[in-house]
Design a protein around this ligand. Structure first.
Ligand code: V1P
Ligand code: CA
Ligand code: ZN
Length: 397
């Protein structure tokens, strides 16, 4: 019933260490590693494990993480516990922990958690380097806000930067694409001084009624990295600021047009795609109105360019829809079409059942489930694309 075939000579690898699931940020925190349990259950329920190579990567080591992060920061991160944490301590606040929002709490097993998701992204990158697969997937990674000495926005270690650093050992130009609803600021900052990585992020950008910017507050269209013409990284970032409520057709058109232009002009030999699922309609933190298949269209579009592809997770705060999306996108990678009725004999099936949870199907309509009016007119998007094309003139040979 769920039969499917793998295209000849094309392979997908799935990098997942299940120990990542058992970590908790705290009961009121929106980031739920448990969404990865749900994702895995759907992937297995549809039999997708028979269409790809499965890997259970070991956690990354301190020294491996130090390829990007400062050792003082890593020492703090590896030693801090809920018991010994001093929330008023200078180091604690300086490294991005606690604070008013408590975006980056100290929880039990924190070091274990970060080394597991980072180990999976690095393992996936090695797999691409060794030509063991054409697409390598790590849904537990994609923590794009972390800086070399700073935790930020639920992100402690930047697994994306670490993976890109590995890809750079063999690839002259790596393209990073980020469809999380938030700006991929940590990855952009890490590579701001090189022309060997181009970063492209699509995200919500703007100030709320109450005067607060949407997190992290950066990523306007005119932010293209360093302005100094002597800096090799000049012009090697492109930010696509989007307003509330964007719909499937608008996003697909925007993504296809801009990403296509970037790939044509930059001609990367490897691509890293962060597929944050908080850009879906109905996300607890997001503002967009995308359905699962529109989100998946981005993965399919990139995959079809046929470059080695590292596909990673990211945000996503309505767990049942995160799982649906990443299961669908795993299927997109292996070239399978999935039945809309969810297999019923699976653990946690209740999480997907009932009208409020998507009615037991894989592709519920997510448009306007959180009633975000669409503030993106086609005229505004046309102007945005024109400006993006203008920005790309910096990377013309
Ligand atoms: O807006 C902020 C704080 C307020 N400060 C001035 C900054 N934080 C956001 C962080 C969002 C992080 C997104 C991560 C990712 O891009 C990658 C994994 O998806 C925030 C929000 C919000 N609505 O934007 N933090 C929280 N909500 C939060 C809520 C409850 C408990 C802890 C944090
Ligand atoms: Ca983004
Ligand atoms: Zn996000």
């Amino acid at each position: 019933e769920y039969g499917m075939e793998k295209p000849q000579g094309y392979s997908v690898s799935f990098h997942y260490n299940p120990h990542v699931e058992y970590h908790h940020f705290g009961s009121s925190h929106p980031m739920k590693p448990w969404r990865l349990t749900l994702t895995k259950q759907l992937v297995l329920a549809y039999g997708l494990e028979y269409c790809m190579e499965l890997y259970e990567p070991r956690p990354a080591t301190f020294d491996e993480l130090a390829i990007f992060h400062d050792r003082e920061y890593l020492s703090f991160l590896s030693n801090v516990t809920p018991q010994n944490a001093k929330p008023d301590d200078n180091a604690y606040l300086a490294f991005g922990f606690g604070g008013d929002s408590n975006d980056c709490p100290v929880f039990d097993g924190l070091w274990n958690y970060v080394s597991i998701y980072s180990g999976a992204s690095m393992n996936a990158a090695y797999n691409l380097l060794n030509k063991q697969s054409d697409v390598a997937i790590n849904w537990s990674g994609g923590l794009h806000h972390a800086k070399k000495n700073l935790a930020s926005g639920f992100c402690y270690i930047n697994d994306i930067v670490l993976a890109i650093q590995l890809l750079l050992t063999q690839h002259q130009r790596v393209l990073y694409i980020d469809i999380d609803v938030h700006h991929g600021d940590g990855v952009e900052a890490a590579f701001e001084s090189t022309d060997r990585v181009f970063t492209l992020s699509y995200h919500k950008f703007g100030i709320d009624r109450n005067g607060y910017p949407f997190f992290p507050g950066t990523g306007n269209i005119n932010e293209m990295g360093p302005t100094d013409p002597a800096n090799r990284g000049k012009g090697h970032s492109l930010n696509i600021p989007i307003d509330d409520g964007i719909d499937d057709d608008q996003y697909k058109w925007l993504f296809k047009t801009v990403t296509g232009a970037v790939i044509d002009k930059y001609n990367p030999t490897a691509i890293v795609l962060q597929s944050g699922a908080d850009s879906l309609g109905g996300d607890r933190l997001g503002r967009f109105n995308l359905n699962i298949k529109a989100h998946g269209f981005c993965i399919e579009t990139v995959k079809n360019y046929g470059r080695p592809l590292l596909l990673i997770g990211g945000g996503g705060y309505t767990p049942r829809n995160v799982a649906r999306t990443w299961c669908h996108e795993t299927a997109v990678c292996v070239g399978a079409e999935l039945h809309n009725n969810l297999p019923t004999h699976i653990p946690y099936i209740q999480a997907f059942q009932g009208a409020e949870n998507g009615g037991g199907i894989l592709y519920p309509d997510l448009h306007n489930t959180k009633r975000h009016d669409n503030l993106n007119t086609d005229a505004k998007l046309n102007k945005l694309v024109a400006q993006a094309m203008e920005n790309l003139r910096y990377i013309e040979g």
